[in-house]
Write a protein that binds this ligand. Structure first.
Ligand code: NAP
Ligand code: G4F
Length: 336
């Protein structure tokens, strides 16, 4: 399928013919954007979520009436078999994970169970219930870790630097292995950092835009960060979920790097975000060693040539537009 053709034909009128997608991690940043995207293409969307003592639907509040929610947990294979039996999806997007790198150092086993082995549990459930399901695995540029090549592409060797990165390498290779062993339509999207106003507050971009907005509004007077020299290839999550779907529509499954192809330091991000609010970041940002990691990923920058050629995917939102969108959303949220 060439770049001009964005996907299989998706019927939008007859509900019986609507393709059905199951999204794990529906309550997360990407889950919410992907659900919106698939609804817009006429999909019947089922979101898998784990049991929690309080409802955390902030990101999916606005689409709750349009999706079906099903309880399941990556730690519990039987729960996923049940979800697949109950809903019989055509496509499964595995976005669920313990996704915060810093936490993975303190909870390495949990991260391995969820972010790594959870992928096998889900693939086995698919194999047992409906092996013709098309599967997407949310792999990560964190797998490149101590980078071996600049920029990184699908052939760059992995050298993960955190339990999270190690677990994602496992998830990636088990996806490749099930594709090769059982002829499953299983694709792995190696996505570089992608952000949005819905990004968790613990990730550095959102921590900065929220912090800058608080300082601007007089709600805080400093922001404590870790390594300001780390460089990331940051894009907009809303653009990246389209690439996930495009991978699943290909005749042949595969692995694809999705990125902007440019890198910026945490320091640059601070300068830009604070500058948008007419603040001098150096007056407010303090370096706090508690936010340093035992091992760091110093530099990430991707090469998306394959995705451009095969999927026809390119990002639509620039780095500056992304930062502005996040800063403005945080100011608005804190003012209301
Ligand atoms: P996120 O906001 O942290 O969302 C993670 C989701 O996983 C949440 O819905 C969470 O549910 C769910 N989850 C966690 N443990 C689970 C379990 N045991 N069973 C079922 N669900 C569980 O992450 P994101 O930024 O949307 O990222 C989506 C995926 O892409 C993740 O796999 C992440 O590792 C990967 N990724 C992200 C980026 C990025 O820059 N954002 C880049 C590359 C890859 P709760 O709401 O209940 O916690
Ligand atoms: O925003 P971060 O926590 O994201 P990180 O570690 O790059 O991971 C994110 O992107 C991955 C893709 O490469 C995903 F797979 C993963 O799930 C997640 O979405 O940290 C970015 C950089 C790091 O180098 C960190 O050391 O920012 C540096 N940093 C500096 N001060 C900080 C802070 N990070 C956080 N979270 N908090 C700080 O105060």
């Amino acid at each position: 399928m060439g770049p001009e053709n964005l996907g299989r034909d998706v019927p939008t009128t007859d509900t019986d013919l609507m393709p059905k997608a199951l999204i794990t991690g529906i309550t997360g940043q990407d889950g919410s954007y992907l659900a919106e995207f698939l609804l817009g293409r006429g999909y019947d969307v089922v979101g898998m979520l784990r049991r929690s003592s309080t409802v955390n639907f902030e990101r999916i509040d606005h689409i709750q009436d349009e999706i079906t929610l099903a309880q399941g947990d990556l730690l519990d294979g039987a729960s996923m078999i049940q979800v697949l039996r109950d809903h019989e999806p055509d496509e499964v997007y595995n976005l669920a994970a313990q996704s915060f790198v810093q936490t993975s150092f303190g909870q390495a086993v949990l991260t391995g169970e969820t972010t790594g082995l959870g992928v096998t549990r889900l693939l086995d459930a698919i194999r047992m219930v409906k092996p013709d399901i098309r599967f997407y695995q949310a792999s990560s540029s964190e797998m490149f870790g101590k980078v071996n090549q600049v920029p990184q592409d699908e052939d760059t060797p992995f050298h993960p630097r955190s339990p999270y990165g190690v677990a994602k390498v496992y998830g990636h290779w088990i996806t490749v292995n099930y594709r090769e062993s059982y002829d499953m339509h299983a694709s792995s999207g190696i996505l570089f950092n992608h952000e949005s106003p819905r990004r968790g507050l613990e990730f550095v971009t959102r921590k900065i835009t929220d912090g800058a907005a608080r300082i601007k509004l007089g709600l805080a007077d400093e922001l404590r960060l870790g390594n300001l020299d780390a460089q990331r290839d940051w894009g907009f999550a809303g653009d990246y979920v389209k690439a996930m779907w495009q991978m699943v529509q290909q005749d042949e499954p595969g692995d694809f790097v999705i990125c902007m192809g440019e890198t910026h330091s945490v320091r640059e991000f601070c300068k830009l975000a604070f500058g948008m609010l007419d603040l001098d970041w150096e007056q407010y940002v303090t370096v706090d060693p508690q936010f340093y990691r035992p091992a760091e990923v110093d530099l990430l920058i991707g090469d998306r040539s394959k995705a451009e050629k095969v999927l026809g995917w390119t990002p639509e939102t620039s780095f500056e537009e992304l930062v502005r969108m996040m800063v403005e959303a945080d100011v608005k949220r804190l003012q209301s």
